[in-house]
Write a protein that binds this ligand. Structure first.
Ligand SMILES: Cc1cc2nc3c(=O)[nH]c(=O)nc-3n(C[C@H](O)[C@H](O)[C@H](O)COP(=O)(O)OP(=O)(O)OC[C@H]3O[C@@H](n4cnc5c(N)ncnc54)[C@H](O)[C@@H]3O)c2cc1C
Length: 371
């Protein structure tokens, strides 16, 4: 029997496990995976790591460290640059490092997948004061008893969907990210791309014909990442992948058309981003089932940056659990500021994603397109 069963060992799950471990018996289940991520730590994430007294070890860092963002607006054909200090990381090394900080008392099960045991059977049975969770570990079916179940299982959270149903206010995006060898990257002289420092800057690309979110390029060691977040077109779970893939192809065609040559992709990744339509869609949980990180809907609606809100919400939940008071009530109190920060980003959203407003902002050279 465990006090807390955490599903998912991304930044949210690993941080929560670490912060509650001294007072509670913790089980941490994690499906092995390589997270599809840009690996950019925005100033908010840097501040949180400092507050958690964590210094990034060298092996988690990638080169270069971007000091500037370039914004390309394909609709208005405008380009802007503005300063912003990011930390460029190797995302999988970062996640492994967070896991390495866990005390031995945390029971970490890797290759463990919390899942439905069958089409009609329930994954969790409520049994008095505890829950019985069903999962597979190295493909073997297992069960454990936990007092609290925490879904830290990311945007495609099964815990959230299972207990709270699918919420239409959580808009789903499919992210494609291709990795290209820097040796093959060239910008044609006198082309538009020669004005953009793809090798050093983080580049955000906006085109409302492709997506109502955005696309990006990120330099990472000896590679360049090209990615896009494309809305899923249907209300149900059918992702209409061919359409989304086609749009990603259009993005790469556009980059070629402005003179960026990038050869063949060395690696192709795919991921899911869930972007709540409003902060009311953020779901902290109910009774003894709680949600944290992207599973709860904590993510920037403007940049899809979610590492900072994963760290912040995990800290908020850990403080609530450690307080010995009503956990959900404390968790709500502790997340007020995080939700306010996200709310402020919603205010900025039209200036970034409405093509007319974006054009005005970019022409005025305001730096409102910052994350
Ligand atoms: C393409 C892309 C680029 C991004 N770029 C950035 C960026 O540059 N900077 C930034 O800050 N954010 C970025 N994000 C967002 C960021 O990656 C997430 O918001 C962040 O990882 C959320 O952390 P989390 O711990 O809540 O969830 P996750 O990091 O998603 O971790 C969830 C964990 O749960 C595990 N899991 C899932 N289901 C189960 C199950 N059934 N059983 C067991 N384990 C399970 C997964 O394997 C995973 O380890 C990006 C996202 C995408 C898709």
């Amino acid at each position: 029997m465990y006090d807390i069963g955490i599903i998912g060992a991304g930044p949210a799950g690993a941080t929560l496990a670490r912060l509650v471990a001294s007072k509670h018996r913790v089980l941490l289940l994690n499906k092995d995976r390589q997270k599809c991520c840009g690996g950019i730590l925005a100033p908010e994430s840097q501040k949180l790591l400092a507050q958690l007294d964590l210094a990034l070890p060298l092996h988690t860092l990638a080169n270069p460290q971007p000091f500037a963002v370039t914004v390309i607006d394909i609709n208005s054909k405008l380009i802007n640059h503005y300063p912003r200090q990011y930390i460029n990381i190797k995302r999988n090394k970062f996640d492994q490092w967070l896991l390495s900080l866990l005390p031995e008392s945390v029971d970490v099960r890797s290759n463990a997948v919390y899942k439905k045991a069958g089409v009609d059977s329930k994954t969790v049975e409520v049994n008095g004061d505890y829950l019985i969770i069903h999962f597979t570990e190295n493909d073997e079916p297992k069960t454990e008893k936990v007092r609290w179940l925490v879904g830290a299982d990311g945007g495609a959270s099964l815990v959230r969907d299972q207990f709270f149903g699918t919420d239409p206010r959580l808009k789903k995006y499919i992210a494609f990210q291709d990795w290209f060898d820097n040796n093959e990257i060239e910008t044609q002289t006198d082309s538009l791309s020669s004005e953009i420092n793809f090798q050093n800057n983080y580049v955000g690309i906006f085109d409302n014909n492709l997506t109502d979110f955005y696309c990006w390029t990120i330099p990472k060691d000896d590679q360049l990442l090209i990615g896009s977040a494309i809305p899923l077109q249907t209300k149900d779970e059918n992702p209409l992948l061919p359409d989304a893939r086609n749009r990603f192809k259009q993005l790469k065609n556009y980059l070629s058309s402005i003179g960026l040559n990038f050869g063949q992709a060395q690696k192709q990744e795919i991921g899911l981003i869930v972007r709540p339509a409003t902060t009311n869609a953020i779901n902290l949980g109910r009774n003894n089932v709680l949600l944290v990180g992207e599973a709860a809907g904590f993510i920037s609606p403007t940049s899809a940056e979610g590492i900072s809100t994963a760290l912040a919400s995990a800290t908020a939940l850990a403080n609530a659990i450690n307080s010995n008071k009503n956990v959900l009530k404390e968790y709500k109190k502790n997340t007020k500021n995080i939700i306010w920060n996200i709310r402020l980003k919603y205010l900025k959203k039209p200036a970034m994603f409405n093509p007319r407003l974006r054009r005005i902002v970019m022409q005025s050279k305001l730096t409102a397109l910052r994350k």
